[in-house]
Write a protein that binds this ligand. Structure first.
Ligand SMILES: NC(=O)c1ccc[n+]([C@@H]2O[C@H](COP(=O)([O-])OP(=O)(O)OC[C@H]3O[C@@H](n4cnc5c(N)ncnc54)[C@H](O)[C@@H]3O)[C@@H](O)[C@H]2O)c1
Length: 350
């Protein structure tokens, strides 16, 4: 039986929407395609038929570059006229992305590839999650480490019981909490089997030296302590700087994850002659762009009705964790329970 070709449209036609692959091709060709236009063009199951941007020059450049005649300044008009099956939301400002995502979810599409963070408050993201569930819209929010075989190696190690029962994860990563910190909360959730958070205490870094109109002033780095309902604890150190690293501790050993899981060290309290063993674990190799793996996952979910591996519910959880640090700080670094009561607390970011 012939497979459906899904009609795709993109809202936001700049860096991630359109031209990012041109840079990646020079630096990290394995990650091509990662732009949404590049992905829909490369995928045999999708046809890129339309695009939308507020900026006329971006629309023209996109139309020329990808040979797409149907370009719009208003995404509502694009949705009304183009019978799209799948839509990417790749705009600037998460508050805008959240409003657009709710509109797209209600428009009759089968799939949505929505850049992170998908929204700015629990209220806004819950509305999107509810709409997608009720209308059977498959969603990928690209917290792309979930598609990275190297991190899958770490998750399998934990699952194999080699460090006994997982008790804690310590992450070090300086990051604007919503813009990039959500990536690290998400990978902690992934590595520990997506437990529900129970409570958190947080602290924000001071950003008063950053220009008042800069998004990174509103979305500072921060640190937090989280307890999950299954007993696993996370500590997130957003003060030390440097690239992200993770230390997973279990009842029978530890795993260090460094250099985006290119280096994985396993330390066991049992297993060697002297009672302590350190091993280097070879991670599985990445063979394709992680963003493109996300599109394949989305197509599979649209075909089958199954959920994706990077879904809206997981994105909502990571956003809630970042917002909980803000809420804890607002309350004088107090303990904050999940689900967050302050559903309208909103922090905007790129
Ligand atoms: N997945 C990743 O690893 C990754 C990496 C980088 C950026 N991002 C995310 O991708 C998103 C876009 O980032 P970018 O760097 O491509 O931004 P960008 O500024 O280059 O592009 C955003 C485009 O959206 C357009 N836009 C804004 N509001 C619009 C609206 N209402 N309707 C139509 N168009 C609108 C702007 O005119 C602009 O051309 C951000 O959410 C960012 O966090 C994700």
């Amino acid at each position: 039986m012939a497979q459906t070709t899904y009609r795709a449209g993109i809202i936001g036609l700049a860096r991630m929407g359109s031209w990012w692959d041109d840079k990646l091709r020079e630096t990290t060709p394995l990650e091509v395609p990662s732009s949404h236009a590049g992905m829909y063009t490369a995928c045999p199951r999708t046809e890129l038929v339309a695009g939308c941007d507020l900026d006329a020059e971006k629309r023209e450049t996109f139309a020329r570059r990808w040979g797409v005649g149907a370009v719009y300044a208003d995404y509502r008009e694009m949705l009304a006229r183009e019978s799209l099956n799948v839509v990417s939301i790749v705009t600037s400002w998460a508050s805008v992305q959240g409003d657009i995502a709710a509109h797209v979810a209600a428009s009759g599409v089968k799939g949505m590839y929505c850049e992170k963070p998908m929204a700015t408050s629990v209220e806004q993201i819950s509305r999107i999650v509810d709409l997608c569930r009720d209308r059977h819209v498959a969603v990928v929010v690209p917290y792309i480490r979930r598609y990275n075989p190297r991190y899958a190696t770490v998750r399998e190690l934990v699952g194999s019981g080699v460090i006994g029962q997982l008790r804690s994860i310590h992450a070090t990563a300086v990051a604007s909490l919503l813009h990039a910190g959500t990536h690290y909360f998400d990978i902690m959730n992934y590595l520990s089997g997506d437990p529900e958070p129970a409570w958190c205490v947080g602290r924000l870094e001071d950003t008063s030296h950053i220009k008042a109109d800069s998004w990174s002033r509103q979305d500072p780095s921060g640190s937090g302590y989280f307890e999950c309902r299954d007993g696993v604890r996370y500590t997130f150190d957003g003060a030390s700087g440097g690239p992200a690293s993770f230390l997973l501790s279990g009842t029978a050993g530890r795993i260090w994850v460094l250099n985006e899981a290119r280096d994985i060290l396993l330390w066991r309290t049992k297993g060697a002659a002297n009672g302590v063993a350190v091993e280097t674990i070879a991670p599985a190799e990445q063979s394709q762009s992680l963003m493109y793996a996300g599109l394949e996952d989305l197509v599979h979910a649209m075909d089958t009705g199954e959920t994706t591996r990077c879904n809206a519910e997981q994105a909502a959880r990571t956003l809630e964790m970042a917002l909980a640090i803000h809420e804890s700080q607002r309350l004088g670094n107090a303990r904050v329970d999940f689900p967050l009561q302050n559903r309208s607390l909103s922090v905007d970011t790129w």
